[in-house]
Design a protein around this ligand. Sequence first.
Ligand code: TXA
Ligand code: MG
Length: 332
Amino acid sequence: MNTLMLTTSDEDLARAAELLKGGGLVAFPTETVYGLGANALSERAVKSIFEAKGRPSDNPLIVHIACFEAVLPLVEAVPPAAKLLMDIFWPGPLTIILKKNPVVPDCVTAGLDTVALRMPKNEVALKLLKKCTIPIAAPSANSSGKPSPTLASHVAHDLGGRIDAIVDGGKCSIGLESTVIDMSREVPALLRPGGVTYEQLTEVLGPVERCFECKNGETPRSPGIKYRHYAPRAPLFVVRGNFIEYINENAPKYNKVGVISQVAGEFPENCVVLYLGDRPEEYASNLFAHLRSLDRADIDVIFAQDMDDTGINLATRNRLYKAAGNNVVSSD
Ligand code: TXA
Ligand code: MG
């Protein structure tokens, strides 16, 4: 299949919308990461998402909409607390899980009785969704297991030749996937940290359960939790304690070392050093691209500096630990 590269012009977005309405697969930018879209109401179109990504069929998809009215046919009801979240955080990086209506195909929700919904803030995504007039199911547009794509070139690398088109909208501003909150039960539950922070959610809702870590033996509330994610080819370790000291002590034991650092410093010559940025927002937006660029055969090991878990760092650190398969080393 020849994958069409599209711009964000009105004409190209109309083309993308036609492809989606016809059952095709189109990758498009959002403020979090690129999504791989298909008609959420067509079982056949949705199944082709799973095929293109190599995604396990028990991992449900997020349905994207451009206006509040589009939510109503998809869900049993919108509880007041969920409506409050929509009013405050939509459009934006927040996915809300509610009890679904039968119109949503089982393959979208992996057989669950709930559906995940998001109204993205990115202008291109909103324009495209408006042109489509149908709800669009879209997981992140990477091959299953790889870091989520924050550039059109990442999508082309993973899915080029397997999907109908890619809309190139430049770099995604947030760079990590949306926050996922389950509002289908009595107590709200945070299933994935993201751009809308835990602190922001508890300020609006009061107590919010934290259910984003997979405890041994438990069935996760969000199927996505149990899969190894974002894994680069070389083994990745999160480093606690004095980062520069650790790298200087340990890098000489290897041939070539990848380093993801929040501080500038003197590193041994065999290190490829990628700087994560000056602020937590920059750490978030650079992490996936750095993991991708270190995904090179000649790197033996990657060391990444640990961070705290307040604000957006909760999400960045969650992805970093997943990428590392929870491998942690310490300088002391
Ligand atoms: O920022 C984002 O959310 C991006 C952009 C494209 O919108 N999308 C994205 O989709 O990250 P995906 O498929 O990579 O992640 C969706 C996550 C998965 O962990 C999945 O298990 C969870 O949401 N999920 C979806 N529906 C669910 C449901 N009904 N109950 C529990 N978890 C659900
Ligand atoms: Mg994903």
